[in-house]
Design a protein around this ligand. Structure first.
Ligand SMILES: Cc1cc2nc3c(=O)[nH]c(=O)nc-3n(C[C@H](O)[C@H](O)[C@H](O)COP(=O)(O)OP(=O)(O)OC[C@H]3O[C@@H](n4cnc5c(N)ncnc54)[C@H](O)[C@@H]3O)c2cc1C
Length: 427
């Protein structure tokens, strides 16, 4: 519908921005309740286009499913159907498998997905006015922002001032083949950095890792566990431990904790440690310069020169053809450029993330945020695909109540995928 012949009385009930694990799961649940919605986005694109081909998930198989109302189509079920290797724990999931699963989930549960980009969202008299990249404009009474992590990619100084051909963020590389024969420095000591270093090395690049941390803490591989250990450190989709159990089971209670504690817990929980399965691919194969601070970066003679401050060896320089900043993501509402500035300023924030109600609603009525944008409200669970089950059930049930749509009998309580109890998912 083009502007000119539209009115807010034609508004769709709900618009979902984003087609990753959260957007697709929420769409599946709204669909089951008969709530009218439109959903936009390139399905699973963060995984297919913004993570390196050949990467493996750190989340265990049983914790890497999208959510449908009956928990009928899990990653396990998909792998069984396709004859793909799968284990609940201990067998890293290739990103390729996860992407194929997500795309199949979309075909089965969200066939009406529109693979378009939402260019802007403005507040309107009784909802929101959305503009799509194909020029279409329409109204929605409610908007769910499920735009994921990519908009929050963070390149810190001193790299941020380098010319773009010489520096990139880790999220810009799905194919590292182009670096074959080049000298690449990967900055960072987390899983993105080490995954990329392994893949670059295997693709024939001359790669080095520079990290501030003095030790790379790889996760431990899953081990058989004693009964005592299983009781004291129960298995969850985020790993083993009482605290993680709390984050998984009680995200709504997490929201009630004092702001300072929530932010502190978020910062300290499940850092970016590389998976156990990456260790042998980098240690002894890729030079790791640890305990090193990058204090400056310049381009000279078509190469990047980094000034390094090494706690043991003093100041040094390193030269490379390209620097990849595997420097993580920072949730910051200002980075969601599709939100009209006049709308953005009306959203109350907690350290640049939207402050949300118990039903994922921001201070702008009808505007909801899920996924990593909701992590400072609902905790670490929201940073992982595993949290899509809670988000989809809780939000769709809220919207169902609001709009008078209930689920078919027997589905209301839903259930989470069964957890194996004898193994620790390493995550
Ligand atoms: C290197 C790396 C490894 C990770 N490994 C794991 C792991 O092993 N397990 C795990 O659970 N999590 C992992 N994560 C975290 C992962 O990002 C989240 O779990 C997951 O992607 C969250 O799903 P989502 O739907 O919120 O976002 P995403 O998967 O990022 O999806 C966002 C969607 O929004 C769309 N979109 C964005 N803006 C617009 C717009 N304006 N209009 C239309 N569409 C838009 C995108 O195209 C995309 O489809 C990893 C993250 C990184 C960076």
């Amino acid at each position: 519908m083009k502007k000119g012949n539209l009115s807010s009385t034609d508004a769709v009930e709900v618009a979902i921005v984003g087609a990753g694990p959260y957007g697709l799961s929420i769409a599946a649940h709204l669909s089951a309740r008969g709530i009218p919605f439109r959903i936009f986005g390139d399905p699973m694109s963060a995984w297919s286009k913004r993570m390196p081909k050949g990467m493996h998930l750190k989340s265990e198989g049983f914790a890497s499913s999208l959510s449908d109302p009956d928990s009928a189509f899990t990653l396990r079920g998909f792998c069984e159907e396709r004859g793909l290797p799968y284990a609940d724990t201990g067998l890293p999931v290739p990103v390729k498998t996860f992407v194929s699963y997500g795309l199949e989930f979309q075909k089965r549960f969200v066939p009406a997905l529109e693979p378009k980009t939402v260019a802007s969202i403005r507040q309107a008299a009784s909802g929101f006015e959305l503009h799509l990249d194909n020029g279409e404009t329409f109204f929605a009474r409610r908007v769910i922002v499920a735009a994921g992590i990519v908009p929050y990619a963070h390149i810190p100084a001193p790299f941020s001032t380098l010319p773009r051909g010489f520096v990139s963020h880790s999220s810009e590389h799905s194919d590292v083949e182009k670096f074959r024969g080049q000298h690449v420095i990967v900055v960072g000591g987390g899983s993105s950095a080490l995954d990329l270093a392994a893949l670059l090395h295997e693709a024939g690049a001359n790669v080095e890792v520079v990290a501030r941390t003095s030790v790379i803490r790889f996760h431990d591989p899953p081990q058989p566990r004693s009964l005592r250990d299983r009781i004291l450190r129960p298995t969850t989709g985020l790993g083993a431990g009482m605290q993680l159990l709390f984050y998984v089971k009680a995200p709504r209670v997490f929201r009630l904790l004092p702001r300072k504690i929530r932010l502190d817990r978020l910062r300290k929980t499940l850092g970016p440690a590389p998976g156990w399965f990456v260790r042998d691919r980098v240690v002894g194969k890729v030079p790791l310069h640890l305990g090193v601070e990058v204090s400056g970066a310049t381009v000279q003679q078509n190469q990047v020169t980094l000034r390094l401050t090494d706690r043991q060896n003093g100041n040094q320089t390193a030269v490379a053809d390209h620097v990849i900043a595997a420097t993580g993501y920072r949730v910051d509402l200002e980075r969601l450029q599709f939100l009209d500035p006049a709308l953005r300023v009306r959203i109350l924030t907690t350290e640049r993330a939207p402050a949300l109600s118990d039903t994922f609603e921001s201070s702008v009525p009808g505007l909801y945020f899920v996924g990593v944008s909701a992590a400072s409200t609902f905790g670490p669970l929201m940073r992982f695909a595993y949290g899509s089950d809670f988000a989809a059930r809780h939000l769709s049930s809220h919207l169902g109540r609001l709009l008078g749509h209930s689920l078919l009998k027997g589905r209301e309580n839903g259930h989470s995928p069964d957890l194996p109890t004898n193994l620790t998912p390493s995550y």
